[in-house]
Design a protein around this ligand. Structure first.
Ligand SMILES: *Cc1c(COP(=O)(O)O)cnc(C)c1O
Length: 400
């Protein structure tokens, strides 16, 4: 009998499909440039020099491996066993640099001079601007005017890092228009520029590429967990916006008997516009160039979404998440705005770690789960630090 190919090699297929999800739904003018990226990635993902350079950057510039930490006080409080993978200690304070450095390295190998991307809350923009500075590449970040006002500190950071922030004034002046604007700019010079997507979303090969770049989280954590406990965790959990930090940590455990919980933002209610729980409330549909489960309005357009954490208020989800959920390999957990804020304070006060509001969703779920499964060990991806959220939290949810 032939040995089955490992999951990560079999998914996605050559056209970028995870089952029926994924693919590439793009205008003809983008087909050629995306093929170039795909072919380059296929080659470089097996290239010793590329992989070695990435490894060196991760170790000496980013500070990897990030620690795995047994959260003793938090575990005592819920009478369970909670471990944190500390992506908040990655340079720039979140997991996003894992894929931004790799995308920029790819651009360098392709001889590109400029990185182009859109950003919503600005987190991807800051990470990409950091990578661009490192490699001496130009960086152009498209951002809706509404978001520019809302996310002032990130805009300042991008500028300090040398990136050009392009304000987008069309339509609702938020992420959707920023995506269009960034694509337009990319199309005007695909020879010298590279489009750098910020999560496991978008057309093929991005969901695969970003997952592979983020899988370092899972493979490190698996080894560290085994070293610490002699076993694998019983459950692994992470918050899901587009889904990159979750796919990053899940990748290493897909073929193990480990429960995987993807946590969606339940926001402040279950009506359209009150949450961004795409898999929980959405249906199959195409947006931003890929087929997945999305939240749509009556016209099939992306619906308005809400989460207290601006990094996870996305009206769709990476196609691999849609697929893994459809076959029952992952389960979905929900976390409301209020539960996330409570977890934000709990972790800060019990462990001296201020988590990002995004990551707080996974912490909240882990605490709930731990109370119901006292014997089980839980691995949480702490995707980022909460410095960016402190003003908002203290103004809107003051406690003494
Ligand atoms: C952007 C971000 C997220 C959400 O992105 P994913 O692609 O779903 O991982 C989660 N946590 C932090 C800290 C972020 O900055």
């Amino acid at each position: 009998m032939q040995k089955q190919k490992p999951y990560l090699e079999s998914f996605p297929d050559n056209n970028g499909y995870f089952g029926k999800f994924g693919g590439s739904y793009i205008p003809p003018s983008l087909v050629e440039p995306f093929n170039e990226i795909n072919e380059a990635y296929n080659k470089l993902s097996k290239d010793f020099n590329f992989l070695n350079e990435l490894k060196t950057i991760r170790k000496y510039y980013q500070g990897r491996p990030t620690p795995l930490y047994f959260a003793k006080n938090l575990s005592t409080k819920v009478d369970g066993n909670i471990y944190l993978k500390r992506e908040d200690l990655n340079h720039t304070g979140a997991h996003k640099l894992n894929h931004c450095m790799a995308e920029a390295l790819l651009a360098k190998y392709l001889g590109k001079k400029k990185l182009i991307a859109e950003t919503g809350a600005g987190q991807h923009g800051v990470a990409l601007a950091t990578a661009a500075a490192y490699f001496g590449l130009e960086c152009e970040i498209h951002m809706g005017e509404v978001d520019i006002k809302k996310e002032h500190p990130n805009v300042v950071k991008m500028k300090i890092l040398g990136a050009k922030v392009v304000p987008v004034t069309k339509g609702l002046k938020t992420l959707k228009e920023a995506v269009d604007s960034a694509f337009e700019s990319y199309l005007s010079d695909t020879k010298n520029s590279m489009f750098a997507i910020g999560s496991v979303v978008g057309p093929h090969p991005f969901p695969k590429m970003i997952r592979d770049f983020q899988s370092v989280i899972g493979f490190e954590a698996k080894e560290q967990f085994f070293e610490m406990t002699g076993k694998l965790p019983d459950m692994v959990t992470a918050c899901v916006g587009g889904g990159s930090n979750a796919m990053g940590i899940f990748s290493a455990f897909i073929e193990d008997s480990v429960e995987l919980y993807a946590i969606e933002p339940a926001g402040k209610g279950d009506k359209i516009g009150e949450h961004s729980a795409s898999i929980t409330y959405g249906k199959e549909g195409i947006m931003h160039g890929f087929n997945s489960i999305m939240l749509a309005d009556e016209n099939g357009e992306p619906a308005p979404v809400h989460s207290i954490a601006s990094g996870i208020d996305y009206p769709s989800v990476g196609p691999e998440h849609a697929y893994l959920n459809s076959i029952g390999r992952t389960k979905i957990g929900l976390c409301t705005d209020n539960e996330a804020v409570e977890a934000f304070y709990t972790l800060s006060r019990l462990e001296g770690i201020i988590p990002a509001l995004e990551s707080s969703h996974a912490i909240a779920f882990a605490m709930k789960y731990a109370k119901e499964h006292k014997e089980k060990s839980i691995l949480v991806n702490l995707s980022g630090r909460g410095d960016k959220d402190i003003d908002f939290v203290i103004e809107n949810f003051p406690i003494d």
